[in-house]
Write a protein that binds this ligand. Structure first.
Ligand code: FAD
Ligand code: DHB
Length: 393
């Protein structure tokens, strides 16, 4: 089998790349090792930056998003039992959008299959070959048949646990990493959201976040231990913890209870590899970097990478040479590191660190006070949260 661009992974990164290439008249094949149902039902990110919504809109895959999504103009920070609103739109002119990652993935799968473009689920034993040549290839097994996909370029969009990054010879990449001593216990509940905007809470018992998926579906997170055993968390214990951490000193808890539909623990890590390229293999999204979820940057970064990569591939296929492909890693990383900094900062500001003494606790409260009560402090949070500009083209 032959194509122009071989794409490994059908998450937001791989699917969007396939679609942008299709719009530019460039052929690709997307290979995904899980089933369609699995990737469409995997509950993860939920908050889209305005730039992400614009990319999806320009690509013609945001019709349902604009019908169903919830648009937010601010967020709430809660600490010391009090509430402080950051007016995101008032400060930056930009909005953020709540629309589940799995909905973005469903929309991208539908448009790709609708166009008859190749997208293979449940492929097995994916391996990359000849990455340092102009004719790399991908071997894999699909429906019991061993196949080889010959291409000009391979896009490694297979997430943090994929095989693309590890296909690069030892010594080429430099990895930067920080593992946090806590995790998030997340639930999806059939209950109205705690508030009309997101609430991020710093509490002596640990961080909590109240977000949502729709007017009848809440998504709630609490800081927990990385090795947390979910069997120790009854529904009652989860709700009690959420009420305690999100409570307002005067108005009590805004959290509304309902049947818990899904629960899971997410560990927290900052990770970047440099460069995001080896020969004809280009890494994008979680395959190259992950952030702790506190600033909601993961999927947005994956989409920003793809915009830069798609532009570079379009220039390459239009006969404008490899300059933009050479520049891909540097352009993507400039934005990645700023989002890494922001995600690390939001995480440090809002979580409880076991070793912290009272001095550090007081410093964090002072910083929160500064963010909430200084225009410059609020702006620093707001402009990063709504999304820094994409790399200039
Ligand atoms: P993925 O979505 O991981 O996709 C990679 C794909 O490759 C998968 O489908 C995988 O099955 C496939 N694959 C893996 N190995 C192979 C292989 N060998 N062969 C073929 N296919 C393979 N981000 C935000 O922007 N906002 C948020 O609010 C947010 N909240 C989050 C909350 C949680 C609890 C979690 C866990 C994450 C959150 N994120 C958030 C991060 C976001 O989900 C990821 O950054 C995003 O999924 C990255 O997209 P991707 O396409 O790079 O990788
Ligand atoms: C969501 C997740 C986040 O990590 C975040 O900062 C905001 C929203 C969400 O799942 O909706």
């Amino acid at each position: 089998m032959r194509t122009q661009v071989g794409i490994v992974g059908a998450g937001p990164a791989g699917l969007l790349l396939g679609h942008l290439l299709h719009l530019a008249g460039i052929e690709s094949v997307v290979l995904e090792n899980r089933s369609r149902t699995h990737v469409e039902e995997r509950i993860r990110a939920g908050l889209l930056e305005q730039g992400t919504v614009e990319v999806l809109t320009e690509a013609g895959v945001a019709e349902r998003l604009h019908r169903e999504a919830m648009v937010h103009e601010g967020l709430e920070l809660r600490f010391d039992g009090q509430s402080h609103r950051i007016p995101l739109t008032g400060l930056t002119g930009k909005r953020v959008t709540i629309y589940g990652q799995q909905e973005v993935v469903k929309d991208l799968i539908a448009v790709r299959l609708g166009a008859g473009a190749p997208l293979l689920f449940e492929v097995d034993r994916v391996a990359l070959h000849d990455l340092e040549t102009d004719a790399p290839s991908i071997s894999f097994v699909h429906e019991g048949i061993a196949q080889r996909l010959h291409c000009d370029v391979i896009a490694g969009c297979d997430g943090f646990h994929g095989i693309c990054r590890d296909s690069i010879p030892a010594g080429v990449l430099r990895a930067y990493e920080r593992v946090y001593p806590f995790a998030w216990l997340g639930i999806l509940a059939a209950a109205p959201p705690a508030s009309h905007e997101l609430i991020y809470a710093r509490h002596e018992r640990g961080f909590a976040l109240a977000t949502m998926r729709s007017p009848t579906l809440s998504r709630l997170y609490i800081q927990c231990r990385p090795e947390e055993d979910l069997t120790q968390w009854s529904d009652d214990r989860i709700w009690a913890e959420l009420h305690a951490r999100l409570a307002h000193r005067d108005h009590g808890s805004p959290v509304k209870e309902g049947p818990i539909l899904q629960r899971g623990v997410t560990t927290m890590r900052s990770f970047v590899v440099e460069p995001m390229r080896f020969g004809r293999l280009f890494l994008a999204g979680d395959a190259a970097h992950i952030v702790p979820p506190t600033g909601a940057k993961g999927m947005n970064l994956a989409i920003a990478d793809i915009r830069v990569l798609a532009q570079a591939l379009e220039a390459f296929y239009r006969g404008r040479g490899t300059a933009l492909l050479e520049a891909y890693s540097g352009r993507a990383l400039a934005r990645v590191w700023k989002a890494q900094r922001f995600s690390w900062w939001m995480t440090s500001l809002l979580h409880r660190f076991d070793g912290d003494d009272l001095f550090e606790h007081k410093l964090r409260l002072a910083e929160l006070d500064y963010v909430c009560n200084s225009a410059a402090g609020a702006m620093t949070l707001a402009e990063n949260y709504v999304g820094l500009p994409l790399a200039p083209g």
